[in-house]
Design a protein around this ligand. Sequence first.
Ligand code: UDP
Length: 353
Amino acid sequence: MKLVTIIGARPQFIKAAALSREIAKHDKVEEIIVHTGQHFDANMSDIFFEQMDIPKPHYNLNINGLGHGAMTGQMLEKIERVLIKENPDWVVVYGDTNSTIAGALAATKLHKKVAHIEAGLRSFNMKMPEEVNRILTDRISNILFCPTDTAVKNLINEGYGNMDCKVMNSGDIMLDAALFYSKKEQKPNIDLPNEFILATIHRAENTDDLDRLHLIFDALNEISKQIPIILPLHPRTKKIVQQLNVNLINLTIIDPVGYLEMVYMLNRCNLVMTDSGGLQKEAFFFKKPCITLRDETEWVELVESGFNKVVGADTTKIIDAFKFQNNDMNFNVNLYGNGNTAEIILGELQKNN
Ligand code: UDP
C-alpha cells in the first residue's frame, strides 16, 4: 500500500510523526511525504523533523508567504503533479490548513482516495479559514477519522450517515504523539521558574486584531503579578506585541520551541493559556487546566468536563478564569482514545485498500 501524506504546518508535523512511526513497523506500507512549505522557519518546521524523527519529505513544495488564494492554488497545482507521478492508494491529510484542503482537492479530482485525520471538528464560525478548510475537506474525503464522539455527531448532523464515505471515531492521534514524546522531553534553553503558566497566541483572529491583543496582554500582565508566564511567540507576533506598548511585568516571551521542549514545559506548568487547538488538548493530556483565548472551541468535551474555560479576548473574563480555576480536577477520563490512534488508522486504510 502506498500513501502520500500532505503536511505543511507545525501541528501536522506532530500528528504525522505518530503515523510515520506506525508505518515504519510495516514493510508493505510505503509513505511519500509532501511538505507544502506553509511553515518553513527552522523552529516551526526543521526542528520537528529532527526531534521527532519524521522521515525527510520526498517533496518540498516551498509555498509560503502568500494570501490564502495564491497559496492554496499553488499547492493544488504542485500536489496534483506529485500525485500523478506517485499514483498512491491513499492521500492522507491532517486537520484544517490550506495544505489540507489543497491535498484533498487535488486527490479527489484525480479519483484518489482521501483519508482525513482530525475530521468532523466544527467551531461553527465560518469566518475562520480553518472552519472552511475542514468542512470542504470532510465532504470530499473517503474515510473521516474523527478524534472524538462530538466530531462524529457533527458529521452525522450534517448528513454524513447517508453519504458514500466512512465516518469513525479513531481517537486523537495527538495523544499518541504526546504519550511517546513526553518520555523524550528536553529542557528549553531558558531559566524556567518552579511555577508558571505556559501561554501561546498565534491565531489570526487575535494576532491580526490589535484591540483583542491589547485586551489579552492586559490580562496576562495582571495575572503575571501572581505567577510568571512563559510565552513562546512567533517573531511576527512578537513585533506586533511590541507595538502595543504594554509594559510586560513577569511575562517572558521566547521564540517558538520544538515539541520536546514544549512537552517539558507542559509536564511542569501550573496552567495553560492558549488560542491553539492542539494545546487545549495537550493541557488535558498533561493534566493541566486550560484557559482558551478564543470565542469558541472545537474541543467542547473539555469545556463540558470543566477542564477548559473559553474566555475570548475579554480581560476581566481571563483574569476571573485564572482566579477561580479549580486545581483539584480529576483528569482520569477517556475523551480522546487510548493513544493507539495511528495503529487504528493504518489498519483501517489497509482494510479499505
Ligand atoms: N507547539 C510547539 N512549540 C511552540 C508552540 C506550540 O511545539 O512553540 C506545539 C504545541 O505543543 C501543539 C502544536 O504546536 O502540539 C500546536 O500548534 P499550533 O498552535 O500552531 O496550531 P493549532 O493547534 O492551533 O492548530
